[in-house]
Design a protein. Structure first.
Length: 369
């Protein structure tokens, strides 16, 4: 472990000093008057970031746990679910769904393309019995944005329940859960919101609650069951809004980070990522690197970059780490060894970090290529 390493990976992300300070406060209880005031303020700010009038439940766990809770709380054994799997995190959702004994159909795309409405329309012709549609907004394995607005609006017209993995996009790009027809939406504290790992907020709309409440036997147990979280929020909400002990320091640090986002303004917060991405991409192009994903559907939070001809990508990543204390992301799947990923979230959105990164890369190129 290196103390001073700065993370330019697409998660986890290095957080700012104010947020770190909140983490070092004495541990507080996850109940009581002061807690509830902070908690309500946090969940209502998060609801604004999700773009919803619905409920926000800050689950304690990784983003994957929250996604599992969404599938398991609303779907019954054998239900058909359509999952957009044009990247590692889409395939992860399909895997979770299979483990829950759901009947999974997938949509894949050619190359590194987003999933488009025509793919959804074709899948619905092939599988008319589908009940739910799940899609990743920012597919972090590629740095690609799927057009969730078009996809979920269309899925709604088919009467599907829509589940969006916004783990790496919540707070990073515009997201309008209610207006876009999203029924369940999952984020995490540590990516675009710049807070510590530990909390995975889930936003739940009315149609999702109707699915939770219909008479069919769902796959969820107790903890990863949205009905449990709602029960505590409603019945114990005046003093103990969560079903279990919470990582109070992580929740308080998330509240500090979210306050910062709201004070800065959501648009200005989004603009930081876009500026960081543009700067890094321009700098890399000047050094003759090419981006994997075309600009029109590239995400501003992560950039996947092809290694230059003859370049030893693992050596570059190791050199940046040992010589410059900057940790970059390796590429996944069939990009492994041929490309690398640069995250623009957390401290990586700060210009001093981008300068250090581009300088380091220029030095590496001069030295080794
Ligand atoms: C990081 C990430 C996840 C996984 O989050 P965990 O907290 O590790 O479970 C899921 N989906 C996307 C799009 C991600 O970027």
């Amino acid at each position: 472990m290196r103390d001073s390493e700065t993370l330019l990976i697409p998660g986890p992300v290095s957080v700012g000093a104010e947020v770190l300070a909140a983490l070092s406060r004495p541990v507080s209880a996850h109940y009581g008057d002061d807690w509830v005031v902070m908690y309500r303020r946090l969940t209502s700010s998060l609801a604004r970031i999700f773009g919803t009038e619905g409920d926000v439940l800050p689950l304690f766990g990784p983003g994957t746990a929250a996604l599992e809770a969404c599938l398991a709380s609303t779907l019954a054994q054998g239900d058909e679910v359509l999952v957009a799997t044009n990247g590692l995190f889409g395939r992860r959702i399909a895997e979770v769904a299979r483990r829950l004994n759901l009947a999974v159909h997938t949509i894949t795309t050619e190359g590194y393309d987003p999933v488009r409405p025509q793919h959804l329309a074709q899948a619905m012709r092939d599988h008319p019995g589908v009940r739910a549609f799940a899609v990743v907004h920012h597919e972090t394995s590629l740095g690609l944005l799927n057009p969730v607005q078009e996809l979920c609006t269309m899925a709604r017209r088919y009467g599907l329940l829509t589940i969006v993995d916004a783990v790496a996009s919540l707070g990073g790009v515009p997201l309008e859960m209610d207006a876009w027809g999203i029924d369940l939406c999952v984020g995490v504290a540590n990516k675009c919101l710049g807070a510590p790992v530990g909390v995975a907020p889930v936003a739940v709309g009315e149609r999702a609650w109707a699915a939770v409440d219909d008479s069919r036997q769902k796959q969820a147990g107790w903890y990863l069951n949205l009905a449990t979280w709602r029960r505590f929020d409603r019945e114990w909400g005046a003093w103990h809004p969560s079903p279990t002990t919470m990582p109070t320091n992580s929740v308080v640090a998330l509240a500090v980070a979210v306050e910062g986002v709201m004070a800065r303004g959501l648009d200005a917060h989004h603009a930081r990522f876009a500026q960081a991405a543009a700067r890094v991409r321009d700098g890399l192009r000047e050094l003759d690197f090419e981006m994997v994903i075309p600009e029109e559907h590239a995400s501003p939070m992560t950039t996947a970059v092809w290694g230059r001809k003859g370049m030893d990508v693992p050596d570059y990543l190791e050199w940046m780490r040992s010589e410059r204390h900057l940790r970059l992301g390796s590429a996944l799947g069939d990009l492994a060894g041929r490309a690398f990923r640069v995250g623009h979230m957390g401290r990586a959105a700060d210009p001093d970090v981008q300068d250090a990164y581009l300088r380091g890369t220029a030095d590496y190129v001069a030295l080794k290529l």
